[in-house]
Design a protein around this ligand. Structure first.
Ligand SMILES: C[S@@+](CC[C@H](N)C(=O)[O-])C[C@H]1O[C@@H](n2cnc3c(N)ncnc32)[C@H](O)[C@@H]1O
Length: 433
């Protein structure tokens, strides 16, 4: 299979509303020759990052929508347009290599469609782009609903958030301070010729100047560091575990925040437990436990019920809730395609059900540290506000930090160039009431 066919194979399930780019690409990279892996990644990530613009162009060029069974041809057209619009591949090669995939897909009827569409774009590129310049989805490279929602919620920040979503994310490491200090790790990186700088808000983070294969860096296999965005590194210090406490990490996989908690509290008499709904995702935590050589009790269970619970109340619960992931679009650009406006309502319902259930497992004076990688208030401060309204025994604890924007409830971080992802944190405490 050639690289463009593998790209089609990667993107077709996403166009059929199934799977996610990260996992679909992982599967197909296995069949890709090493020298073409970067191109496969670029074709897939680039087509998703520019999906709203490519779709606008495609809709101008192809008047009749393709049938759902021809999602592979739609994927091929997007990949073809991406090469012509955004890559410096010689145009004639890009077109002929892309058109050739129709045969491999056993859809020779599509050859003329793909060829004509790409050649029309090549000929009329400047006119088409000029015509689309007043279309918001094209101009801002995001779906209409997303732009409108963002504008409504963040009238001052919406344009900078959209711009940050289209940047390449930095590669940030979290130092495992139970093994090495951040300073020592920075020196070690420098000795290996890897330039890095310290993160501004996390005491543990190092941002690499040029993203690289971390598994090849000395100290990775021995657990001296993990890959974790700076915003996510702020969770464990907010949990602030104390000697003797019983702490739950309620939505654990792949285990980044749980591992950080364990690293910071090695040797303390603090009990940590993880909970994750998906078995296959929990396996990722186990792999990380092994590499870091730390572990704790891990439940495979549903945070909306108590089947997995041993009856002992918790002092603290970190709830890193399933969310729209709209703060991490630059890492997962397929969200531009996969996330729909109507999803937000059902996501909020799930977050609320989890919070409601876990609240009953908390000791008096216990705390929930609520986190999402969303930038929508519905999933964040509004969720906390409605929970506080309906629970007399819940009180909001202010987070006095210098990062993010302070809201009535919690703090909101926005994705920032060469720095943290978009994230939200809030703390609520159980009171005598
Ligand atoms: C935002 S991710 C957590 C990231 C993780 N805390 C970390 O730092 O690596 C949310 C996780 O919640 C899990 N999840 C979703 N619904 C759940 C439920 N009802 N009960 C438990 N876990 C759930 C998802 O499978 C996903 O792994």
């Amino acid at each position: 299979m050639n690289v463009r066919q593998l790209a089609v194979k990667t993107l077709t399930p996403l166009l059929c509303d199934s799977g996610a780019l990260k996992y679909s690409l992982q599967k197909n990279l296995v069949d890709c020759p090493d020298n073409l892996k970067p191109l496969l990644q670029q074709l897939c990530y680039g087509s998703m990052r520019h999906y709203p613009q490519l779709l606008c162009i495609l809709n101008k060029l192809v008047s009749k929508p393709l049938k759902p069974k021809d999602a592979d041809i739609q994927a091929l057209l997007l990949i073809g347009l991406y090469q012509l619009y955004k890559l410096r591949i010689a145009e004639h090669a890009a077109i002929s290599e892309t058109v050739d995939v129709c045969k491999a897909l056993k859809k020779p009827w599509a050859t003329s469609l793909v060829n004509a569409t790409l050649r029309n774009f090549q000929r009329q590129q400047s006119t088409i782009i000029e015509q689309l310049s007043s279309d918001k989805s094209f101009k801002y490279n995001h779906p209409h609903w997303f732009i409108e929602k963002l504008k409504h919620n963040w009238p001052e920040q919406w344009q900078s958030i959209l711009a940050a979503n289209d940047l390449h994310p930095p590669l940030t490491l979290r130092t495992n301070i139970s093994k090495v200090s951040r300073e020592t790790l920075l020196n070690k990186l420098q000795r290996q010729g890897i330039a890095a700088k310290e993160t501004e808000y996390s005491k543990y983070g190092l941002i690499l100047e040029i993203p690289t294969d971390v598994t090849a860096i000395e100290g990775f296999s021995t657990g001296e560091f993990s890959v974790q965005d700076e915003a996510a590194q702020l969770a464990a210090p907010l949990v602030d575990p104390q000697e003797g406490e019983n702490i739950l990490d309620a939505c654990s996989a792949p285990g980044g925040k749980l591992l950080h908690l364990l690293e910071l509290n090695q040797g303390k008499a603090t009990t940590f437990q993880g909970l994750e709904l998906e078995q296959h995702r929990a396996e990722r935590i186990a792999e990380n436990f092994q590499r870091i050589n730390l572990a704790c009790k891990l439940h495979i269970g549903d945070a909306t019920n108590r089947d997995w619970w041993n009856g002992k109340l918790f002092d603290k619960i970190l709830l890193d809730a399933p969310c729209s992931a709209t703060g991490v679009i630059r890492r997962n650009p397929d969200i531009k395609l996969l996330r729909k406006s109507e999803d937000i309502h059902s996501i909020v319902k799930l977050q609320r059900a989890i919070l409601e259930n876990l609240w009953g497992l908390l000791k008096n004076k216990g705390r929930v540290i609520y986190a999402t990688c969303s930038i929508f208030p519905q999933e964040n401060e509004n969720m906390i506000a409605s929970f506080l309204r309906e629970h007399e025994d819940a009180r909001h604890i202010e987070i006095n930090e210098n990062w993010g924007v302070s809201r009535k409830y919690g703090r909101q971080l926005f994705p920032a160039a060469d720095a943290n992802d978009g994230f939200y944190y809030a703390i609520i405490e159980k009171t005598d009431a």
